[in-house]
Write a protein that binds this ligand. Sequence first.
Ligand code: CP
Length: 316
Amino acid sequence: MTFAYDFSLQHLLGIEGLNRLDIEYLLDRANEFVENRTPEQSLKGKTLINLFFENSTRTQSSFDISAKRLGADVVNMSVQSSSVKKGETLVDTAMTLNAMQPDLLVIRHGSSGAVRLLSRKVDCAVVNAGDGTHEHPTQALLDALTIRRRKGRIEGLKVAICGDILHSRVARSNAMLLHLMGAEVRLVAPPTLMPSGTETWGAHSTHTNMIEGISGCDVVMMLRLQLERMHGLYLPSKREFFHLYGLDKEKLSHAAPDALIMHPGPMNRGVEIDSAITESANSTITEQVSMGVFVRMAVLDALARNLDRARAEASA
Ligand code: CP
């Protein structure tokens, strides 16, 4: 059973703002959902709206499945056929949806900070499903759950996050969470794809040499090259990138022998990762997707409880 802990947040906007106990609570709760195939219908009578302004396979469908498993009604807003296409502003869209009194709003948007802005305009609980290059908190939580289940701990592990750090919301959320949980976080990228200020994320070190960066690591987390966010020339070619920064058998041999191979997906096979190693026993890529459902159940369950409490207090 999850330890008694008062997870009190109204929204999940990022890993920034969470403390170690918040994270442990959510991971323990998610682990309970992994073990329990018939969970309590804690979202029965509640409505969740998925509002995705950017493409998604894993995140949107797993929020849909997670919410339904807990008994919620789910509306998947199609932004492509919505009034956004007629020029309605982001804030007007959010306030229109808010007027229908949903309980939970899950938002993905291409602009950093957009989800926080919307959370101030609505009465329901808001979950950040990825905002620009800022944060993707549920991805970091599901990655942490995967690591903890495979390795039995996070504290003391050496984790290398490799690839397009500059355009990645996954890198920032993961670095912050893993640092909070006591891991040593190394960032590996070409100089053009390494942002400044990563020490504020809790990164222990940065490396432009991949062999040096992943040497002795317990976890090697690869990131997608986010070509759609690149306005300019960051790389000589994808082939050159793979040669220097793509994870293949030879580079992996410098990590710990039992190192986990992680990727949040979607993957560019043969660009940031060699297809052959995605299928190996130490690859957790499919498991990460499975853990996403349980982590999102834990997040929705916790936020719905806090929403009920806030509503009860407001009407008392
Ligand atoms: N990892 C991740 O966010 O995947 P999707 O873009 O498919 O949701």
